[in-house]
Design a protein around this ligand. Structure first.
Ligand code: AMP
Length: 310
């Protein structure tokens, strides 16, 4: 099934305790699209400036991502600069330059208007909604956001959320959006805003899914080498949505499988800066890590009553 993503395509400058990279490929749509491209056909809507390097466009092409909706306009590409201290869970934003995003009016190519699965990656919620309004009856709409938009455009964000089936959001941002410190209550509040399923991303502590039926938790894969957590959340969403779209099934069971696959993809992203690892994976590597992941969380064989009554 077709999967459409709208989001940022960026040049990121990132500093972590393990090194620094300047003006490298980033953006929520880039991580999402490349991750999802291992599972299904992906279409990308976004904007870049005149300065966006051709070699990064080639990377999208090599992953067979449809970039007809990636517009190049006069001006500078969106830039984000961030830093992580030893707590790699928290990105400290040093600079956000919207540049070409400031005046962007997304125009959905005619062949995208029938997209079945849609991911509104982290971007101005007004743009998210304007994209959604151009799609005819999507089967499933997922969305991500961040504190920048929760603080700056809360009313627009709430309007967008009314049309969303799944929200993926960081722990702290969920509490901020719901204005509620207790996570279970925060999720209830968010579900009443529209999305019936909420996935809370907790960095190296994993991800939690809540829907009407169930709660499901996946830890993050314990890695020896973590260089740069940027894009982990979007790679996670790419694996999850890519899998849902490829099976064309949104049952709780498929979701659980998708969450493990999403966590698998995120684990590759953080092993190197930018998309240096994510964009060059083999299916054998993905399968191997997925198996290791299942082993890590597998305890269905344990007895239900391990404690004998005295
Ligand atoms: P994450 O998966 O949450 O680590 O997302 C990281 C990506 O989000 C980076 O590559 C940034 O380019 C992008 N980003 C950061 N701030 C914003 C923003 N305000 N709007 C859109 N994208 C952003």
């Amino acid at each position: 099934m077709s999967l459409l993503v709208v989001g940022s395509v960026a040049l990121d400058s990132v500093r972590t305790p393990f090194g620094e990279q300047r003006e490298v490929l980033g953006g929520s749509a880039s991580y999402f699209a490349v991750s999802a491209s291992y599972f299904t056909e992906v279409r990308m809507v976004g904007v870049i400036g005149e300065d966006f390097p051709e070699r990064e466009i080639d990377l999208f092409r090599r992953r067979a991502i449809d970039i007809e909706g990636l517009e190049r306009v006069p001006g500078r590409t969106f830039r984000w600069a961030g830093e992580y201290k030893y707590d790699l869970n928290e990105a400290i934003t040093l600079d956000t330059q919207l540049n070409v995003f400031e005046y962007f009016q997304p125009k959905i190519p005619a062949k995208y208007t029938q997209s079945d699965y849609v991911f509104l990656a982290n971007i101005d919620p007004e743009l998210q909604l304007s994209v959604l309004q151009q799609i005819e009856k999507p089967k499933f709409v997922a969305c991500d956001t961040m504190n920048y938009w929760i603080r700056g455009k809360i009313e627009h964000l709430k309007k967008t959320l009314q049309h969303v089936d799944l929200l993926t959001i960081n722990d702290a941002e969920a509490r901020e959006l719901a204005q509620e410190p207790n996570m279970v209550k925060a999720v209830q509040a968010i579900r009443s805003m529209g999305p019936k399923t909420v996935v809370i991303k907790r960095g190296e502590y994993g991800a939690l899914m809540f829907n009407e039926e169930t709660r499901f938790f996946a830890p993050a894969y314990p890695l020896e080498e973590v260089y740069d957590p940027t894009g982990a959340g979007d790679s996670f969403a790419g694996g999850l949505l890519g899998y849902l779209a490829s099976t064309d099934n949104i049952s709780t069971e498929t979701f659980r499988q998708g969450i493990i696959l999403g966590s698998t993809m995120a684990s590759f992203t953080v092993e190197d800066f930018s998309l240096n690892r994510l964009a060059f994976l083999t299916y054998a590597e993905i399968e191997q890590r997925f198996k290791e992941f299942k082993q890590l969380v597998h305890f269905e064989d344990l007895p239900v009553q391990p404690i004998s009554t005295r």
